[in-house]
Design a protein around this ligand. Structure first.
Ligand code: GUE
Length: 303
């Protein structure tokens, strides 16, 4: 093995610690609301981890557990209520939802300034146009991992494998915002390896276990594995770690790579949303001069 392992667990811990320090300095506790529909065991574990770390960071934890048979209108009512709740700064609707629900329309119902997943059309549009807004957690966490390893992005050829709303598409936009040359590959791509072998950075987010092997990677390239799969042989990602670690320059493991960064970034986004709400609240209270969101660190290009 030659690759340096990027320790997502450690980078995430540092980020969560920083968030906790900033939270402690506020005069109002930021609040995160999670909505879980049904009892899918993996989703239940993810949500309980998010809630636990939210509390650890000093934030208020709000939770709505809805039955798998809940109606579209009932979920809409829950979102409406949380949109109006001044104690709630961020709303996370855990995906995937049961098939009878219209997920895109429910996501769209979330107030864009509470959309800590960065999935509303408003935030996706802000990202595409390079404007400030809340960025999706997983791709934003990937950028922070690259920065933590001092991987140079400007002018680098980055290949994103996958084009999902949650990861692939926003990942490509975030890399573009950092001046990488971006290629997006997907299931219709002819000769995937011909693209990835040219890449300085490969972000594997296809949802296919061990899709990326040594034959896909240029020696010394950085390989970020967003996949997470439960197999008989334990957890694995979209990257064949043992094969690729022999050729890559940097690589993220699964577990302990991107996953922990997703949660840390969710907390960072909740703090960002709280700062946004605090400053606009102060403006209306004091009728101060200047734009309500002046000075709030909502990022444009970076996470
Ligand atoms: N609205 C929404 N937003 C999401 O961000 C979202 C979602 N829905 N649905 C599901 C995916 C998946 N996801 C993960 C979060 C943390 C880990 C994580 O912490 N993984 C650890 C532990 C892995 C384990 O043991 O299961 C690791 O990789 O080291 C993994 C996956 C967030 N997602």
């Amino acid at each position: 093995m030659s690759a340096t392992i990027i320790d997502g667990k450690a980078v995430a811990q540092t980020l969560r610690h920083r968030v906790a320090q900033e939270v402690a300095a506020l005069d109002r506790r930021p609040g995160l609301a999670t909505i879980l529909v049904g009892e899918d065991p993996a989703s239940a574990i993810y949500v309980s981890n998010k809630r636990k770390l939210c509390v650890e960071a000093g934030m208020r934890d709000r939770h709505r557990l809805l039955s798998a048979q809940v109606s579209q209108a009932e979920v809409e009512d829950v979102i409406d209520e949380l949109n109006l709740d001044p104690e709630v700064d961020g709303i996370l609707l855990q995906l995937p939802l049961p098939k009878h629900l219209d997920a895109p329309s429910l996501i769209e119902r979330i107030d864009p300034d509470k959309d800590v997943d960065g999935l509303t059309e408003t935030n996706a549009g802000r990202l595409a146009l390079g404007r400030p807004g809340l960025r999706p957690c997983t791709p934003s966490g990937v950028i922070q991992l690259l920065d933590s390893a001092a991987v140079h992005l400007e002018g680098a050829h980055a290949v994103v494998v996958g084009r999902s709303d949650l990861v692939g598409r926003p990942q490509a936009q975030l890399l573009l915002a950092r001046d990488a040359t971006v290629t997006v590959c997907h299931r219709h791509t002819r000769d995937l390896a011909s693209h990835t072998r040219d890449a300085d950075i490969v972000v594997a987010a296809a949802g296919v276990p061990k899709l990326i092997g040594a034959e896909h990677i240029k020696p010394g390239a950085t390989v970020i594995d967003v996949g997470i799969h439960r197999t008989e042989g334990g957890l694995c990602g979209d990257v064949d770690f043992d094969a690729v670690a022999g050729i890559a320059g940097h690589i993220t493991p699964v577990p302990g790579g991107v996953g922990p960064m997703t949660i840390a970034t969710l907390l960072r986004n909740t703090l960002t949303a709280a700062n946004l709400h605090n400053s606009s609240h102060r403006e209306t209270r004091t009728n101060g001069s200047g734009p309500a969101r002046d000075g709030v660190a909502v990022t444009a290009g970076q996470p």
